[in-house]
Design a protein around this ligand. Structure first.
Ligand code: SAH
Length: 253
């Protein structure tokens, strides 16, 4: 039976593709994806049947992939991980609703928050929340409510889609709420184009970060009160300090 592989291609640079993603992309006959996500894997899929669609054509992209997969092995590519604001959910839903009966395998990928986290240190060592600011499909009230709960829980928060339709309204509101609830010293990292061309990193206190520093290719990390800046790194404390002191004393360092 032929299969549909929903493949996460990671943050961008081909080194961050998983071995399973490479294996799948080499073996399928058909590849479906949005132009930008196809580019990083082009070297693996030359000569195959390739369907590219625009960014907003998610439903069409999934339908093409589901139907093709009934005839030939097909890969539907998504940036990062397919289950983090990618096409995994939509594809599974269409497959059930339209009774297409495709045999689906989801191939996970390195999601943008983890790529950004690794670039700035270890901000997620003490739990994390992932939040999407896009209010195209989800009401803004729900997003704001979740932000407030995550801040009350003192989580480090990774924000996806900080800008939608070229508007900075949502991220500006988020920065306002963070300042109101947590003050001016909260550490923020803005990572643009993590692990791909155009990579740019800015780390600072919230008072040093402006909405203009953030674009639609950025992940914004709002640090919990347990994150410290040590040199160029952000590190979430995980209760190691006592253990470290004890061992250093034992070792007489
Ligand atoms: N499935 C993707 C996310 C898609 S939503 C994943 O798992 O990473 C699109 C949002 O992801 C963008 O608006 C941006 O906030 C973020 N994003 C995706 N790739 C990124 C990268 N390389 N660097 C920084 N942010 C990225």
């Amino acid at each position: 039976m032929t299969k549909l592989y929903i493949v996460g291609t990671g943050p961008g640079r081909p080194e961050y593709l998983t071995l399973r993603a490479v294996e799948v992309l080499r073996k399928v006959e058909v590849v479906v994806g949005y132009g930008r996500y196809i580019e990083p894997v082009m070297h693996l899929i030359r000569g195959k049947i390739i369907y590219t669609t625009g960014m907003r054509d998610e439903v069409k992209r999934c339908l093409i992939a589901l139907r093709e997969s009934k005839k030939r092995d097909t890969a539907l590519v998504c940036g990062g991980d397919p289950g983090i604001y990618g096409l995994a959910g939509l594809c599974l839903e269409l497959n059930e609703r339209l009774k297409i009966g495709a045999d689906i395998e989801i191939v996970p990928g390195v999601t943008a928050a983890l790529a950004a986290g690794a670039l700035v240190g270890a901000p997620f060592m003490r739990d994390m929340v992932i939040l999407n600011l896009s209010d195209l499909l989800v009401p803004w009230e729900e997003i704001e409510h979740k932000l407030i709960k995550a801040l009350e829980g003192d989580f480090t928060i990774a924000i996806y889609n900080p800008i939608s339709r070229n508007k900075r309204k949502n991220i500006t509101r988020v920065l306002e709420i963070v300042r109101e609830m947590r003050g001016n010293d909260v550490l923020i990292a803005v990572v643009k184009n993590a692990m791909r061309e155009g990579q740019k990193i800015k780390i600072g206190k919230i008072s040093e970060i402006s909405p203009e520093d953030i674009d639609m290719n950025s992940i914004v990390i709002i640090c919990s009160s347990k994150v410290r800046k040590v040199g160029k790194w952000l590190i979430a404390e995980r209760g190691y300090s006592e253990k470290i002191s004890k061992i250093l004393t034992e070792l007489k360092i």
